[in-house]
Design a protein around this ligand. Sequence first.
Ligand code: NAP
Length: 312
Amino acid sequence: MVKRRIAVIGVGKIAQDQHLPVIDNSEDFELAATVSTRGLAHNGLPVFKTPAELYAALPDVSLVSICTPPGIRHQYVREALDAGKDVMMEKPPTTTISELDDLIAHAKRLDRVLYQTWHSQYNPAVDRARALLAEQGVTAARIDWRESVRKWHPGQDWVWEPGGFGVCDPGINAFSIFTKVMPYPVFVEASKLTFPANRQTPIDVDITFKSGQAHKPILSAGFNWLEENGEIWTIRFETGTGDVIKLEAGGRTLRVNDAVVLQHGDSEYAAMYDHFADLLDSHTTDVDAAPLRLMADVFLMGARVNGPDFEW
Ligand code: NAP
């Protein structure tokens, strides 16, 4: 089979950790070029300083995967769509909902495929949890998402700038699972955002949700970015039949009443590229705005707390 040629835009941590190795091993895609402001090439392939240079030099490359921070994604995705490309984009899609709405409309107008990835959704354990929760209902849910910013975003100052999301950058991964598996809609009731006094985005967030459900489920979340003892990426559900269903390891382990019922390795990005190939085959756009919408509400409802300065 002839592989589809794709360019990766932004050769930072996630492009190097996931996108480039997954494309290297893909049956559907092959890398054509990179776009890197620092001039980082991959496997000796062409590298361009800007997307415009890529589009001019290699007009036959019709696919791009945009792996930059979210703040410049709207501009880059628009530019790619205008150049006639089908586009895959990293999470979080954009910094605002109006930007995301604009991209969806623009892709539709130009009849291009737009794919919003949410890597944590691509876990069989998440799908299994969703099916169980649909059957059993949810009476309580608790999200705990704690990791080290120094480990996962080393030196990335953009995460501390307005629009950089702070600890809500990993927290939105939890929301991408939560909004996928919950059997009814949830809304932010209250949130408390702790900002390092010298930074513009939160380092710790506490959230309570409401649902409008008659059985008044108890729903909450906590994100923290100073966890130096390994990652805690867990969502715990109590169900209407009395079971405790727990997704651990970012959605790779499913426990029911403490017994592991499904556990698997990391194939999130391979599954995302498989899905992108399917979307291209069917010429279908796939954008799930729910995680960003819920996170925007966390900021809209947020009470601010000043914490100690953060230094790398
Ligand atoms: P990163 O290491 O800072 O890489 C982003 C890259 O984008 C930069 O290295 C740079 O690459 C390029 N870039 C272009 N314009 C930029 C600008 N104005 N400011 C900063 N970088 C610019 O960040 P990352 O961790 O890869 O994250 C990128 C996206 O992936 C984010 O949306 C993040 O949420 C998501 N993500 C990250 C992780 C993770 O573990 N870190 C996991 C999943 C998803 P060049 O120098 O090559 O131009």
